[in-house]
Design a protein around this ligand. Structure first.
Ligand code: TYD
Length: 148
């Protein structure tokens, strides 16, 4: 657990979701016990997005998420305060697992995009860090800056 708080960027995973093998009856699914890396407590969707629209720009202290582009596409940048990784979400067969403690910047790449989010906690504004300097202070407090 301590490791996951120290290096959340290393835990990030792009999951391939199962679907109906009959190609003419498209459906993708996620069996919560088998395919989700955490217990899902909340589902929400960010919709009616236009190309160029930015969402996120915050971090969560303890909430984990799975992000799924059910329609359209997104570029998701995840930042641990030192490094960052970019992911393109462009298929409903993909789910990006975002552990806690990462700043996320979500750029919408196509009009009418919809991002489905499966979250590990109920909504709690106190779990958000919405100010980037405050996020850096938080990561420096959680992550020792050097092994000395
Ligand atoms: P926020 O998570 O900041 O949106 P995004 O990351 O997509 O830009 O949420 C936007 C607003 O909606 C904010 O005021 C909090 C509120 N909100 C809820 O009340 N409940 C929820 O489950 C979510 C996701 C947001």
């Amino acid at each position: 657990m301590q490791n996951s708080r120290k290096e959340p960027l290393k835990l990030v995973r792009m999951l391939k979701l199962p679907g109906n093998p009959e190609e003419h009856r498209q459906v993708t699914f996620l069996e919560l016990d088998d395919n989700a890396p955490f217990a899902v407590r909340r589902v929400y969707w960010i919709h009616s997005l236009s190309a160029g629209e930015v969402r996120g720009n915050h971090a969560h202290r303890s909430m984990q998420q799975l992000l799924i582009a059910v329609n359209g596409s997104f570029r998701v940048t995840l930042d641990d305060g030192k490094d960052n990784r970019e992911f393109t979400l462009s298929s409903p067969f993909q789910a990006l697992w975002v552990p806690a403690g990462l700043w996320r910047h979500i750029l919408t790449l196509a009009d009418q995009s919809t991002l489905l989010v499966l979250a590990s906690t109920h909504f709690d504004e106190a779990d958000y860090i919405r100010d980037y300097p405050a996020f850096l202070a938080y990561t420096n407090a959680v992550v020792p800056s050097a092994d000395v």
